[in-house]
Ligand binder design. Structure first.
Ligand code: NAD
Length: 286
């Protein structure tokens, strides 16, 4: 039986979510996506118009298909949580069922149980501000979109995951080392995400028989990373200093995700796994 996967945080073919989808599709999984509501229209029209066809090519020559594409906004758990200004916003008005609980219910109705849950999303409205200048609102927004969103997803999708299933999120080393420029509470949000990975590995492990890990990825020039502003410097720094001297490809992180989400990693849970060309192991820039 092919595995069923739900991946939250894909809005183009440039980021880690897409690469994870592809690695899972190569391994024979059925893929459904949760796409951030403001990005959904452009994603769906690009998909329809063939803009992603080159990136959709699998090694057997076929194109990666998505079983279902759902609108999603991971900062809302239930319809009651959606404030009026969002509900009436023109990018949200046409979307229905985008809160985490509704999205899980729709996945359950369309697909039944799933085996794989991927959280590849983050958002920090004040990411370009140093932590010392971050507002309470900005900090809490970063935590809500980037950390609590994973707790919310496991709460709502956990009950529809098959025993033996697995989940992952994506994190960044700014949680544990000082990365000037990764601000707005995003470093705090990644620290929470990593700590939650351990606690949720225990709780969801006992409750649902599933595994929970996070991948600490090296720098990639995704859309989210470009918004931070210094991604090219990070890529250069990594190239100059990492033990493996090459640019990180999203595909390499996709492959680590496919491993962690497969039975090959059946004894791995509660872990932060680095996929960063080894940069985390360095103690001194060279
Ligand atoms: P990306 O832009 O491809 O992915 C981020 C996604 O999050 C986007 O699709 C965006 O639409 C979605 N999103 C934002 N707010 C959302 C919300 N409220 N609800 C639902 N979706 C929402 O960029 P990426 O770099 O591939 O990011 C994926 C993950 O990888 C993130 O957790 C990021 O922090 C992490 N990461 C990235 C890097 C890097 O250098 N790019 C390094 C380490 C970790």
């Amino acid at each position: 039986r092919g595995k069923k996967a739900f991946i939250a945080g894909v809005a183009d073919d440039q980021g880690f979510g897409w690469a994870i989808a592809k690695a899972l599709a190569e391994a024979g999984a059925e893929i459904s996506l949760g796409v951030w509501v403001p990005a959904l229209n452009i994603f769906e029209s690009s998909l329809r118009r063939g803009k992603f066809d080159e990136s959709r090519k699998l090694s057997n020559g076929s194109l990666m298909e998505f079983a279902h594409v759902y609108p999603m906004d991971a900062v809302f758990d239930t319809p009651e949580d959606v404030p009026e200004d969002i509900r009436s916003n023109k990018r949200y008005a046409a979307a229905t069922g985008f809160t985490v609980s509704e999205c899980a219910a729709n996945v359950k109705a369309d697909t039944g149980n799933i085996d794989i849950l991927v959280h590849s999303l983050a958002n920090g409205p004040e990411v370009t501000k140093p932590l010392l200048e971050t507002s309470r609102k900005g900090y809490l927004a970063a935590m809500s979109a980037s950390s609590y969103s994973f707790v919310a997803m496991l709460q709502r999708f956990g009950p529809l995951m098959n025993k033996g299933g697995a989940s992952i999120s994506l994190t960044y080393i700014a949680s544990e080392r000082i990365i000037p420029g990764y601000g707005g509470g995003m470093s705090s949000a990644k620290a929470a995400l990593e700590s939650d990975t351990r606690v949720l590995a225990f709780e969801a492990g006992r409750k649902y028989g599933i595994r929970v890990n996070t991948i600490s990825a090296g720098p990639l020039g995704s859309r989210a990373a470009k918004a931070i502003g210094f991604i090219d410097d990070m890529i250069r720094y990594s190239y100059a200093n990492a033990p493996v001297q090459k640019e990180l490809e999203a595909r390499e992180v996709g492959n680590v995700a496919a491993f962690l989400l497969s039975p090959l990693a059946s004894a791995v849970t509660g872990s932060v796994i680095y996929a960063d060309n080894g940069l985390n192991a360095m103690g001194l820039a060279v």
